[in-house]
Design a protein around this ligand. Sequence first.
Ligand code: F6R
Length: 606
Amino acid sequence: MCGIVGYIGDQPAADIILDALKRLEYRGYDSSGIATLEGKKIHLTRAVGKLAQLDTALKNTPQAGNIGIGHTRWATHGGVTEANAHPHLAADEVAIVHNGIIENYAELKAELLAKGHEFSSQTDSEVLAHLFLDIVRQGYKGAQAMQQVLARIKGAFALAVLLRDSPDTLFVARNASPLAIGIEDGLVCVASDAMAMAHLTRNVIYLKDGDYAALSLDELQIFDRDNQLANREIIRTSASPALIDKGGYRHFMEKEIHEQPDAIAHTIAAMTDAKGVLKTGLSDADLGDIRHLVILAAGTSHYAGQVGRYWLEGLAGIPVSVETASEYRYRAPAHLAGGAVVAISQSGESLDTLMALRHAKEMGLKTIAIVNVPESSIAREADIILPTRAGPEIGVASTKAFTAQLTVLFALAVDFGRAKARLSADEAAGLQQKLLSVPSAVGAAIDCFEAIRPIAQSLKKTPSCLFLGRGRLYPLALEAALKLKELSYIHAEGFAAGEMKHGPIALIEEDLPVICLLDGDDLSAKTISNLKEAEARGATIILIATASSAKLVDFDSFRVVIEDCDPLLAPLILAIPAQILAYQTAVEKGTDVDQPRNLAKSVTVE
Ligand code: F6R
């Protein structure tokens, strides 16, 4: 998704900003740009496509100035064109980069057009640049101009602004979209993700919602939403300063699939107390008080939540609902007393999930966050954090964060089960042992890369396919379908195998690939009957199965077989061949594995 960087120091700003933008590249974007201020002259370079394009443009026309702003854009308002790329200029007096969406931009644009402002893009962000210009021309300067602009705009945003008449100052603001300030001797920088500037400084201030600031080398002035000077804490960021590399793998996704045994093992280790007992961060009082859970999440994190529901209800008897984060706050969700929400998010910045969490908080629910980025907005706003220890996930399609989320959810189910006396200490210890065996089972499952290649070669020719699963493997079928569609652009749907006969079976026609997940549990025989019904109508059957359950099927065309495992934990292990199938199909098709079209890593717009 969009990325913001800003810099003031003694180095050429364009070089520093380009380097910082490269550290945000993994998030997905379609154009980029940099504006610098040299004395009272604003220089601008923008390019469509990858940062290499911007780099070339800057080499052809170097840009002077020791203060500047830069942006990677993921199109929301207006197509992918240079004119729509940021920074946006207004009359060579204002340059602005913006993340988020200005909800009342149409009304503001009409007002500015009536005053004679001319626009060269279709974006809401250019409206902001002209709003600044309009306000500056009314005589407002610097932070006062920012204050006037903020009073007029609605929406979620992070902004960084250069004003020609304040040549030493960078103006920034945030509301719901993340923005951090970095401070070091001789430099001030800003970024929408601390990772972009961790090589410049580890001293970071996270702005709060409604904050705005005027930043220069001499002074940092931060104001809160009531326009009062605010003191915001400087923290040492844990974001990695290293440029993350592929470590010899072809793609970040391939590397991250291989990192899963470690990600799961580290996540378990972080939830193991001094006596070696599996314990999440919930106190016994919380575990006792909470009577039902509402899981809030989007995409892959949502499917992790759906798997988690089977564990939480099955092992702890605690009622769970799993909500689509983008829907939750727009209805009137009703809750019984004793409820808590669990927001699940890799990035901790998905705006839908953050807003849903805030809504739940306003309704008085206790908030728990399962997040992979400890300094993220969701982590900072939740009452209790249950971290996943997957390390930075760079591939846009989530892999290791998903299995780490499952690991935390399983541990949470065991924790609740013990606290609610649904599990004895021995039973809980037995489940802990099973969880401890997962990293090596996942390691063994990763060996199926080559076995999957012929399946991927066959799948790449299909326009559409179905994934089936029952029980805990039903949400995994949804996740497997999502992975395949986002990476290889093949239409894929996941269904509960038992639901096929209620409608989706009409989709089956000669040679339609139907991919079935089987773990050998009590439901496997029923799943196989449902699969047989698809095969009888001409479907090509592909099995992703444990060794014993695969023996029960003799009508498949392709199969990926993994070692037998406890069906309870099978979603964690069968996730691996499902991810590899999506990966290998994308490789066969030659799509952009790490940055699939139209997708962004951290979705900070509604
Ligand atoms: C799919 C994927 C997305 C994310 C979703 C939520 O591979 O990665 O569906 O899971 O955008 O993101 P987080 O977990 O960062 O809130």
